[in-house]
Each structure stands twice: as C-alpha cells, then as structure tokens.
Design a protein. Structure first.
Length: 193
C-alpha cells in the first residue's frame, strides 16, 4: 500500500505497534520468570498486565479510526526481544543477571515510547483526540515502567557496589590491624589497689 496520507501512515504505524505489544505479552513472562529479585519479578509481572491492557487500547484506537485491528510484523521489537532472550541465557551471577535484564527491559520500553510518541504526533495532526488520549495513557505507563526499572537498576547496582566495598574494607581492616600492632605502646604497669 502506498503511504500517501497521514491517515495511511498512522494505520501502518498502529499495526506495527500492535504487533510489538502482542509479542511482548509473550516475552515479558519469560523475563519475569528469569528475574532473581522479587522486586524485578513484580515490576515485570505488573507491566505484563498493563501490556495486555495496552493491546486492548490499541484495538480501541483501530475502532476509532475505522480500521480492522491487524498486526504487521515489527522486526524492531522482534530483535529487541531476541536480545532479551540472549541476556537471559548468558552466564551471569544473580545481581548481574538481574542488571542485564533491567537493561533489556528498558530497551523495550524506550522502543515503545518512541513508537507511541510518533503515533501521538500523527493522531494530533489528524485531529483524532480520542485516539491521541488513549495513546497518551499508554505512553505514560511505558514511561512509568521505565522509571521503575531505572530505580531498580540503581538499587541492584548499589548492592553490587556495596558488596565490592565490603570486600575492600575487609582488606583494609587487615592492614589496620598490622599497623596497630606496629604502633602499639607497652601497656602501663598495673597499679595495685
Ligand atoms: Fe507496551
Ligand atoms: Fe512497555
């Protein structure tokens, strides 16, 4: 189909995003299952529920613009999901594995955010306020999901940094003990009562 109007372009991008969201309803459970931290597991599980709702919201948008809800393969999201699967499969210790998952999940959110922003601009140009509002609701959820993942990533990073610091402190303590021994003065003779 020749794209010769904002409407047709909107339809194409809508179908692409519809495919992306539908793929995610299958991919996010795998990521949640792979998550070690309870917080990360919960964040992903809750975003899965939002994602299912986002699929329905896109179906509402199809209805508003009078087009049959149809997915058009989204190679971009397919690739990001494949990368996420690689992250799950690679050999990594607990917190590092979770940090990798956070990065993979945030890539998903940013790709979605870019897609929704494009669609919102097109809906605005078309004067489709109802569709725009629905898309903005989803964009807000994607942004919130990304912020939550960012915070979780920070916490995980602090955990691994602290674990590293503690190792260093142990080494320092050993050194201090040695220094104390060197500086130790003879104890004053105890006076009798
Ligand atoms: Fe989404
Ligand atoms: Fe999302």
């Amino acid at each position: 189909m020749t794209i010769d109007s904002i409407e047709v372009l909107f339809q194409q991008e809508l179908k692409d995003l519809y495919d992306a969201e539908k793929r995610l309803t299958k991919a996010i459970p795998k990521m949640a299952k792979a998550a070690g931290s309870d917080e990360l597991k919960t964040a992903l599980t809750e975003h899965l529920e939002q994602t299912k709702n986002q699929v329905q919201r896109l179906e509402q948008v199809f209805e508003i613009v009078g087009v049959k809800a149809q997915a058009k393969a989204c190679p971009g999201m397919k690739g990001i999901i494949e990368e996420g699967e690689e992250v799950i499969e690679r050999d990594a210790e607990d917190t590092f594995a979770d940090l990798g998952l956070v990065g993979a999940a945030r890539r998903v959110e940013h790709y979605e955010m870019a897609g929704y922003r494009s669609l919102i601009a097109l809906a605005e140009a078309m004067g489709q306020d109802q569709a725009r509002e629905l898309l903005e609701e989803t964009l807000e959820e994607e942004q919130e999901a990304d912020r939550r993942l960012e915070e979780l990533g920070q916490q995980l990073l602090e955990q691994v940094s602290q674990a590293g610091d503690e190792d260093e402190e142990e080494d320092e303590d050993d050194e201090e003990v040695e220094e104390d021994e060197e500086e130790e003065q003879p104890a004053p003779a105890r006076r009798g009562k």
